[in-house]
Design a protein around this ligand. Sequence first.
Ligand code: BGC
Length: 579
Amino acid sequence: MTNATDQHHLGSTTHWWETAVVYQVYVRSFADANGDGIGDLAGITSRLPYLADLGVDALWLTPCFPSPQHDHGYDVADYFDIEPAYGDLAIFDTMVSRAREHGIRILMDVVPNHCSWDHEWFKAALAAAPGSPERERFYFRDGRGADGSEPPNNWQAVFGGPAWHRVVDADGTPGQWYLQTFTPQQPDWNWGCADVVDYFDRMITFWFDRGVDGFRVDAVAVLGKAPGLPDAPPVPDDVRPTDRALRNPHTHFRPEGHDVWRRWRKLVDGYSAEHPGREVFTIAEAYTPRQPEVLLQFQNHEEFHQVFAFDFMLAPWNVHDLRESIDATVRALSPEGLVPAWTLNNHDAQRAVTRYGRADAHDPASWTGNNLVYTDAPIDLDLGARRARAIAMILLALPGSAYLYQGEELGLPEVLDIPAEARQDPIFFRTNGAEIGRDGCRVPLPWTTAEDGAHGFSPIGSAAPWMPQPSAWGQYAADAQDGVDGSMLELYRRAISVRRRHGDLRGGALRWIAVEHPTLLAFERGEITVLLNVGSDPVELSGIVDGTTRVVVASDPETSSASVLPPDTAIWLARTDPT
Ligand code: BGC
């Protein structure tokens, strides 16, 4: 192989989660066993053979705790139970043990910044007086102005509008305000209160004791508020609603949050130490765009085991940005012996097929902001699917763990034309429709080509699914792709299986290959060579790879030789076929 440069080693890859393929289950939309049109835990259990065939090591379940579902579970009313629409603790236990029989671990999603306004402690706080211990668990403050009718400060909520909500006292008069970083239905916890700290300690241990092997930790960047809750600097009027709050330095990346994460790391590692055979861990959600130093503030040996490496997901379709998004992350983490967690999709982001199908997908200017970026550019879904196939092969060849989001293995696009009356995302409502929000990546999965039971999402004859499926949804169904050469599903199965079997793709170094080609991304993992052509012209590979290598996996089913790489295509090459 020619000119390998910039070798990046991982730390010791001895922990299961460091190389795992994790599959995110958006519980409402995965599979509905009881026919109410809402996904549930029995549905997940029934689909474990499919997940085992796909080859995943673990499932991350989006919050499945009791919740009034104002933010689909990210408003938790009780951290110690299961949402009745999804099942109960007995069904949860069955799911965990069946999953284990398939060699699949279960991760849960913990929401520490806020709860639901239906949480018992919040209801008790509303019933209690200002200054009471019940109110101390949250951020209650008097309003400003002579009659207290102005919010306590000028902070904006992430999902639009002010970050404060005024309560109505028992006698019907307006009372204090409480802080809600996202929506009024999600009051922020006060982590300065010992009750809150203790509550979450108990919660984490409770689920570990039930067999859960880790937690995805929600919205860690906003936990911790500046003392005194001072006004935020003004933000220009033209900043999008959901970006306004992200500019507030008094609620973002605050030092105060880190005390909590250090405490949790001791708790989590202590659990593994006390339970031989168990290796539990945490992965945090923090968008740290192109700031590896901020990533390291969360992912380190005293706080989170991993943080999503979102720069890769947010990189435009060009070699410079893709390479930089990978390189900066690996360069930051590897000297510390830390391992990245890569992803291309999640329940908050526009699906990859649609994102990469945009006419301006290559242009960094169209990828500014966070993951909720929507542009008016024309979208070519065939091109997007071709690129999504190619980038999935990069995801699965990178050193570290890979997080998939349900439906990406089926090549689902974002559903952009959900009628306003069917939308449910609070972002849509709280921005008065200025931002369409995230419903389009949360549409219930199509399992069967046949339409009955919402394409197999529910049993035949069930209630309509909670979110309508588009008319052509059956073309993406799992049964239409199962065993079909060249389908997206078979590509994922093949790539995951090669990754599983090939030690070079699980551990070891990433070495960039020095190629002077403007559309070619090229690296090696041990004896596997990984190539991606992001351009619209084919790339001649002579002089880049030698003649003895063979195509092990190709994102374009027509590509069987290592001589020319077609446009928007990725290949894995090796001298021997690992399977
Ligand atoms: C989750 C979102 C959720 C928000 C508030 C996020 O970062 O991923 O789905 O709406 O936190 O909990």
